[in-house]
Design a protein around this ligand. Structure first.
Ligand code: HEC
Length: 150
């Protein structure tokens, strides 16, 4: 009897938590409607054979391009809100979809920072690569990013 009571309350707690998480799914962040002009992207400035474009799309695109985050994590709250916020802050720091709008010194500085961040593992953010393992950079990917800054 005394043993069952705490168990019962634990059950109520788990049920309540599940209900809160379930109803949280009804609320999702509004994704900004960003239009990408293909000729403004960094990809447009690269030769078709360049490995850089695909690396940036795969590992950085969710937060540094006009393409909204698309993985499962973008549909499950509260993760979806955290990712949406990271994307809006990330786009302010560097947006590879609006690349041609940066002055050439700015482009160079952003590529140097990208190289340093990729090398140190600061980017992509570790909490994010846990959700999206394919965004992890290989040593070759880091080289590809760093070559572009030379
Ligand atoms: C999950 C979202 C996310 C991903 C993925 C991501 N970033 Fe970022 N990035 C941010 C946010 C948020 C900021 C702004 C805050 C900060 O600097 O930490 C930022 C800032 C930056 C900056 C400017 C800050 C600085 O170091 O001067 C660079 C450059 C950058 N990211 C490069 C990259 C590159 C390259 C990739 C892919 C290899 C990448 N990021 C992947 C979220 C992300």
């Amino acid at each position: 009897m005394n043993l069952l009571k705490p168990l019962k309350w634990a059950g109520v707690g788990v049920g309540a938590l599940a209900a809160v998480l379930a109803s949280a799914q009804l609320v999702q962040p509004e994704s900004p409607k960003l239009r990408t002009e293909p000729s403004h992207t960094i990809q447009a400035t690269l030769p078709a054979s360049s490995a850089l474009g695909p690396v940036l799309e795969r590992a950085c695109g969710d937060c540094h391009s006009n393409t909204p985050p698309s993985g499962w994590y973008a549909r499950v709250s509260p993760l979806s809100f955290i990712i949406a916020r990271g994307a809006s802050e990330g786009r302010m720091a560097v947006n590879f979809s609006e690349w041609t709008g940066y002055a050439s010194e700015r482009k160079r500085a952003l590529l140097l920072a990208s190289c340093a961040d990729a090398r140190s593992g600061r980017m992509p953010v570790a909490a994010y690569t846990r959700l999206r393992p394919e965004a992890k950079l290989s040593a070759q990917d880091v080289e590809t990013i760093c070559e572009a800054s030379r």
